[in-house]
Ligand binder design. Sequence first.
Ligand SMILES: [Zn+2]
Ligand SMILES: [Zn+2]
Length: 150
Amino acid sequence: MAGALAASASCIFCQIANKSTSTSLLHCDDKVVAFQDINPSAFRHYLVIPVEHIPTVNDLKRKEDYSLVNHMSEVGKMLLLRDAPLSKHRFGFHQPPLNSVNHLHLHCLALPYTPRWRCIKYLSLGSLGFIETEKLLEKIRPLPMDPSKV
Ligand SMILES: [Zn+2]
Ligand SMILES: [Zn+2]
């Protein structure tokens, strides 16, 4: 897609997804890649991003975005279950304007937070701040098919 290619030149996460950096990937497939947060806030702190350049949670408007976010979440869960099976896990996204990088990224946190005060970055504050994956999926769930047409 032209839009995605145009964005990739200046977007660090596009560069990571296209494997043009030295960042080591914990997972990669044709839809998503996962890697460690360079400034971890917890015992384990991974990011899962779509290969495609999608700026923020506000840009998840297509039908296929639901399954994309669901897939990101499954990859994150799989990695934390493998690497931190005994920790409490949290998964979610920063909502604009409080997001850091303008390329959608799922934060996968295995607690405890390090240092402890970092927990404030991952508080859910309604429509501001951090939104947990489950809540985001509820929000972008495609409308059920019209039962009269089934
Ligand atoms: Zn990007
Ligand atoms: Zn973030």
